[in-house]
Write a protein that binds this ligand. Structure first.
Ligand code: GUN
Length: 282
């Protein structure tokens, strides 16, 4: 079997075009504020891509770049200012934050109505209740990609590699809601290969290049690669050995061009939904 490619770039394009069409008649554009603290090169690229997409698809975007040395109090003040700003419907504070900042305190300070990242405790609590307000962007994109295969999810064994708050944990909750049997593997899992071999659906999100090899993959599995590691030669590499695994999977996402573009499309979707709720339009 040679896997079909799950073309995240194309699927994301369709989602963004649809949103752009819906907001084209709006007097007040949906507004996203991104907050970048410091100069982490990867974070800079991600934030810039988010802002470029906002502008291209008819959103208002405000890019806020703050020094690495900022205090927690100053950052909280910035969040409070954005919470009150009527032009802003969604607030995204790019993670990770420098060590002097308590990440959870910042995420908790974002007004839940503007929490387009879905990381506020209220958003995460609602997600667990099965009554989500905002679903975190990457997990939402992962589920969208899996559903776009047309495969039934109910009863499937999904194995997630990685237990981050941003990807692994929320993806596990979402797959449970789709009636999958879910295993979450992490750095202390004793036999990763044995766990992954059982999977009908694999979501790899640890940032270890080519961790998932052909030998670990069951014939016909759906393989979603969230990993993006920049190699010494500048190329991006996923957590999955694409060339090997594509011979066994039924569907596979490429890196780049798989999950990454979906994260941005879902951020626009969440911001669009935030704007509709706040402005009571649509
Ligand atoms: N860092 C890596 N992924 C994300 C994300 O989805 N949102 C934020 N805010 N920071 C990130």
């Amino acid at each position: 079997m040679v896997a079909k490619i799950l073309d995240g770039k194309k699927i994301a394009e369709g989602i963004k075009e649809k949103i752009a069409g819906e907001i084209s008649g709006w007097k007040k554009k949906p507004g996203l504020a991104t907050v970048l603290v410091g100069d982490n090169p990867a974070s800079k690229v991600y934030v810039s891509m988010k802002n470029v997409a906002c502008k291209k698809y008819g959103f208002y975007s405000r890019e806020i770049h703050l020094p690495e040395s900022i205090s927690q109090k100053q950052l909280l003040e910035k969040v409070a200012e954005l919470n009150k700003d009527d032009a802003i419907h969604g607030i995204l504070v790019q993670l990770p934050l420098p060590p002097q900042i308590d990440e959870n305190a910042i995420l908790s300070a974002i007004k839940p109505e503007k929490d387009v990242d879905g990381f506020h405790p209220e958003s995460l609590g609602k997600l667990i209740q099965g009554n989500p307000s905002f679903v975190p962007c990457t997990p939402r994109g992962v589920i969208h990609l899996i559903k776009s295969t047309g495969e039934k999810l109910e009863g499937k064994h999904a194995v997630i590699i990685g237990r981050s708050n941003i990807v692994g944990k929320p993806t596990a909750i979402l797959l449970l809601q789709e009636n999958c049997t879910v295993t979450v593997c992490h750095s202390r899992t004793t036999n990763l290969a044995e766990e992954v071999k059982k999977a009908d659906i694999i979501v790899a999100a640890v940032g270890k290049p080519k961790l998932v090899t052909k030998e670990m993959v069951k014939q016909g599995a759906v393989v979603i690669d969230v990993g993006t590691t920049k190699l010494a030669d500048g190329r991006l590499c996923g957590d999955v050995d694409f060339e090997g695994v594509k011979e066994k999977a039924s569907w596979i996402t490429p890196v780049p061009g798989g999950v990454g573009p979906m994260t941005i499309a879902m951020l626009l979707q969440n911001t669009f939904e935030a704007a509709k709720r706040i402005e009571k339009t649509g």
